[in-house]
Design a protein around this ligand. Structure first.
Ligand code: AMP
Ligand code: GLY
Length: 417
């Protein structure tokens, strides 16, 4: 089997590794990929979506796996182009990927399909947003488009709300678009991933990510400073509610609204005092949740995704380890406001008790690794208990050094005491 993975970060490094390790040793390619990914997968000579499709056709690719969301909504859409050219694709077409690309589309879908979610109103101007907020704080403001994780502000007061609205409507930081004013929910968050194949689904191991830059959940929001994954993260009762009220309702909604879906769907969920509610959909696996979840997947992920892309849910091909997995992100100097490239990384080769996925690194001509992005590495360890996974992951991180290294020391610990 010949598989192409689309993306270049730590999530794709973890996906590529899980696919390469699948039985039958599939041949894996990656676009655009990274130096670390190319130690496992082969690079692709293509520029842009159209030439990528041509490349897949002339290289007899059996399966395209969408790691990253942007290609799903670019141009005609990765999955749409694959379908047109007869290439099975694990990832949804553009019309369905609006669930991630447009928060307003997602909110309307949730409401139409009676899926529990926070109340929200779309606004077109700063004045309108202020009027809708009506002086009620805290409030949540969401830019209606892809904004690389920066498009949401939880505002405790008017000053922070005006600051965000000014960025969106006056400075047009994310381009043109509306803002949803949303009711602020409270409670622990959980990321639930399902493989959706038309009207069928399989729920993967739930995870939780740590979005704030600093220990104790302080500091600015980031793409994620770490994650913890386990079946035991959510009680059986709550998982049943999530499955019935959220996952099944979503699958039924997609069907009823003629939105085709074959791929991973990420449900960002808040466990509020009145029950689980959806705060967002993403049409892909989470990053860094993927790095935590993939080591818990047993069996034939490649076969599972290929069958799925062809419309068959084959639950027997994979299973999930019962234990815990902890993923600690190492970020570069300045992250998340900026990032610094070119800092020499040492110590990766000393790690024996953990997996290291590369989020933003490059290889130097002398064969060393250096930083090349905000999030640099993800160090992941597993264990039968959370405590074991925590100790192993944090101990492994201690081997790694580079100038300006930032990490959290409470990943897998905070919110469990
Ligand atoms: P999103 O990009 O939609 O996942 O939002 C980023 C983060 O903002 C979420 O992980 C939550 O921590 C927070 N958030 C989003 N929506 C709400 C809400 N309605 N109430 C409280 N917090 C929220
Ligand atoms: N970890 C959050 C995300 O992947 O969007």
């Amino acid at each position: 089997m010949r598989i192409l993975v689309v993306g270049k970060g730590g999530r794709e490094h973890a996906l590529v590794r899980a696919l390469v390790e699948s039985p039958g040793t599939p041949e894996v390619f990656c676009f655009p990929g990274s130096d670390a990914i190319f130690e496992l997968a082969q690079p692709v000579a293509a520029e842009g979506l159209e030439s990528l499709i041509e490349w897949m056709k002339s290289n007899a690719i059996d399966l395209c796996v969408a790691g990253e969301e942007s290609y799903l909504v670019k141009g005609e859409g990765l999955a749409n182009l694959c379908e047109k050219n007869g290439i099975p694709c694990w990832g949804p077409p553009k019309e369905s990927a609006q669930l991630e690309a447009s928060k307003e589309f997602a909110k309307e879908f949730l409401v139409r399909n009676s899926i529990p979610t926070a109340h929200a109103t779309a606004t077109d101007t700063l004045e309108e947003a202020v009027a809708v907020i009506g002086g009620e704080y805290p409030t949540v403001l969401k830019f209606d488009g892809l904004a690389a994780g920066k498009g949401v502000a939880v505002c405790p007061d008017e000053t922070s709300a005006l600051e965000f609205l000014d960025e969106v409507f006056t400075k047009r930081r994310f381009g043109s678009g509306r803002v949803l004013v949303e009711q602020c929910l409270t409670g622990p968050e959980v990321s639930v991933f399902a493989a959706i194949i038309d009207d069928q689904y399989l729920i993967f191991t739930p995870a939780r990510d740590y979005k704030r830059a600093g220990d104790g959940d302080v500091g600015p929001n980031t793409g994620g400073m770490g994650a913890v994954a386990s079946r035991q993260l959510v009680s059986q009762d709550i998982l049943e509610v999530i499955e019935k009220q959220i996952v099944q309702q979503t699958v039924a909604g997609l069907r009823c609204e003629s939105l085709p879906y074959r791929g991973f769907l990420y449900f960002g969920i808040m466990l509020t005092p009145t029950g689980p509610q959806v705060i967002e959909y993403n049409c892909r696996f989470g990053d860094p949740e993927c790095q935590a979840v993939m080591p818990l997947v047993r069996g034939d992920l490649a076969g599972f995704c290929l069958a799925g892309a062809n419309g068959v849910l084959n639950k027997d091909l994979i299973s999930f380890d019962d234990g815990w997995s902890v993923c600690v992100i190492l970020a570069s100097a300045g992250y998340p406001e900026t990032s610094r490239n070119g800092d020499r990384i040492s110590g990766i080769d000393k790690i024996t008790n953990a997996r290291v996925y590369h989020s933003g690194t490059r290889a130097t001509s002398e064969g060393n690794w250096e930083t090349n992005g905000g999030r640099v590495l993800a160090v992941v360890s597993g264990g039968g208990t959370r405590e074991e996974a925590v100790i192993k992951a944090h101990a492994a991180v201690d081997f790694i050094q580079f100038d300006g290294l930032q990490r959290r020391r409470d990943i897998g610990i905070l919110n469990f005491d």
